[in-house]
Design a protein. Structure first.
Length: 93
């Protein structure tokens, strides 16, 4: 699943929530166990969450690629990622 560390520091930098591909319906669905909840616990052992898809694998909700803003994200830059749309394709495309 790539080498992005599942850390709160990285999760705070993830900008997926601002992305057009992350639909309103998927945001609502992701609220329980969402980013706000995750920031309260140790996420290094968490299997999946609806965010930071470059670390946690593809989304269980987002299916349509409506543009990806990963390139503007610090996690993307700091980890030398070179793909996009980690939410729709495992390990990005
Ligand atoms: S690179 Fe993309 S998926 Fe990964 S943390 Fe940044 S915005 Fe989220
Ligand atoms: S991985 Fe890219 S396309 Fe998917 S929600 Fe995050 S920024 Fe948007």
């Amino acid at each position: 699943m790539g080498n992005v560390t599942k850390s709160k520091e990285n999760l705070k930098k993830c900008i997926c929530i601002k992305c057009p591909s992350y639909t309103f319906a998927c945001k609502v669905k992701a609220i329980p166990g969402g980013i706000a909840d995750m920031l309260k616990r140790d996420i290094s052992e968490v299997e999946h969450m609806e965010g930071m898809f470059c670390a946690f694998g593809q989304s269980k909700c987002i299916t349509d690629d409506k543009g990806c803003i990963c390139g503007d994200c610090d996690v993307y830059k700091e980890n030398n990622l070179d793909k996009f749309s980690y939410c729709t394709v495992l390990n990005g495309k």
